[in-house]
Design a protein. Structure first.
Length: 364
């Protein structure tokens, strides 16, 4: 998959004081450093209840193909757990780092009595990668959620990489069925990195999660049905994860080389918001307010909607493009950019001086 071709014309350099003025406006509106314990207590309790109910339903339904409907339900619940882990890692839930890390690890790959809690993710690996993404969104060399090919490298690709790159827009969502599995494989590979903080703890939690997950499935279901459950559950979980991050940066300007606008412009001009109401906020975990989240990553997600009004007005005063679309439009724009980026692989006569991006990732 790929993201869109590099775009450069809208990145003027400024002193950075524009963000300082915005921060003061956010503070004056009472949206800055405060936490929302009541909101997160209710949200955590709700997601935990759904998580336990889902596994209880697996036990009750048992040896029936209706259990695959439960797998689909748990795929959505796992996505909600991942969103809670995301908020905890950004210290939106707790002010203290130790509390944030503990809750993030529980949501990411913790263990409970009887079944694995969390989604099977190394907290340390994800936090490191996601922090670098926030610092340099959509930068070809610096954003770890992008794997970018220059055109000559893309044209030299053979076999499956060339095929997927050529038709990446059509394969984008189908390949998300593998995203859940890819997440687990990437986490296991990351444990070999000695620089990863707390890798022993993360590895212990991760493999305990896998062991409990498989044990519960094989205990409650016949082997064939357990495999079908795993495929449906992890496949739909991957699609949900992909649907969360696809609208955020795909189809937005790419940075490369020395393109280093100030913080405000770096975050606003490479991000896209998704319009919607309460359902959109719940389904996307507040990441539909991607611009505000990137500007104020530790802001509790229920504050982002109110911050949007302040940020949008500030951008209008500065003449900055503030991109906001509906959900379906955001997917269309992302897929359009992916199709355009695959053009050099479909048409080998594209001039060599043009560049494209290929095999694009993305995160919240």
């Amino acid at each position: 998959m790929s993201s869109n071709p590099t775009v450069r014309p809208l990145l003027p350099k400024t002193s950075g004081s524009d963000f300082a003025r915005l921060s003061r406006k956010i503070a004056d509106a009472g949206l800055g450093g405060g936490r929302r314990p009541g909101y997160y207590a209710l949200r955590i309790a709700g997601v935990a209840a759904l998580y336990v109910s889902g596994w209880a339903a697996v036990a009750l339904v048992g040896d029936s193909w209706w259990t695959l409907a439960v797998a689909a339900f748990l795929a959505v619940v796992f996505g909600q757990v991942a969103l809670l882990a995301h908020d905890a890692a950004h210290r939106q839930v707790f002010r203290r780092r130790r509390d944030s890390e503990a809750s993030g690890r529980i949501a990411g790959a913790g263990v409970g009595v009887g079944v694995g809690v969390g989604v099977g993710m190394s907290y340390g690996w994800w936090q490191d990668k996601h922090t670098r993404h926030h610092a340099n969104p959509n930068h070809e060399e610096l954003d770890p959620d992008l794997l970018v090919w220059p055109q000559d490298q893309a044209l030299a690709a053979k076999g499956l990489p060339r095929l997927t790159g050529r038709w990446q827009a059509f394969l984008f969502f189908p390949l998300f069925t593998l995203q859940g599995f890819n997440l687990h494989v990437s986490n296991v590979k990351a444990l070999a990195n000695r620089s990863l903080k707390h890798r022993t703890l993360d590895g212990t939690l991760l493999f305990t999660h896998f062991a409990l997950y498989l044990t519960v499935l094989l205990w409650l279901l016949p082997p064939g049905m357990a495999i079908a459950f795993l495929a449906v559950h992890q496949g739909l979980f991957g699609i949900y994860l992909g649907s969360l991050f696809a609208p955020n940066h795909k189809g937005m300007p790419m940075l490369t080389g020395e393109d280093r606008p100030d913080f405000l412009r770096r975050q606003v001009l490479t991000s896209r918001n998704v319009r919607g109401g309460l359902f959109t906020d719940i389904a996307l975990g507040g990441l539909n307010h991607q611009i505000e989240h990137h500007l104020f990553p530790s802001m509790p997600s229920p504050n982002l909607r109110n911050a949007r009004t302040v940020v949008r007005r500030h951008c209008q005063e500065l003449g900055l493009d503030y991109v906001e679309t509906g959900l379906l439009t955001s997917y269309r724009l992302a897929l359009t950019s992916l199709h355009q980026a695959g053009a050099p692989l479909r048409h080998a006569h594209v001039p060599a001086q043009e560049r494209t991006a290929a095999i694009g990732g993305g995160d919240v």
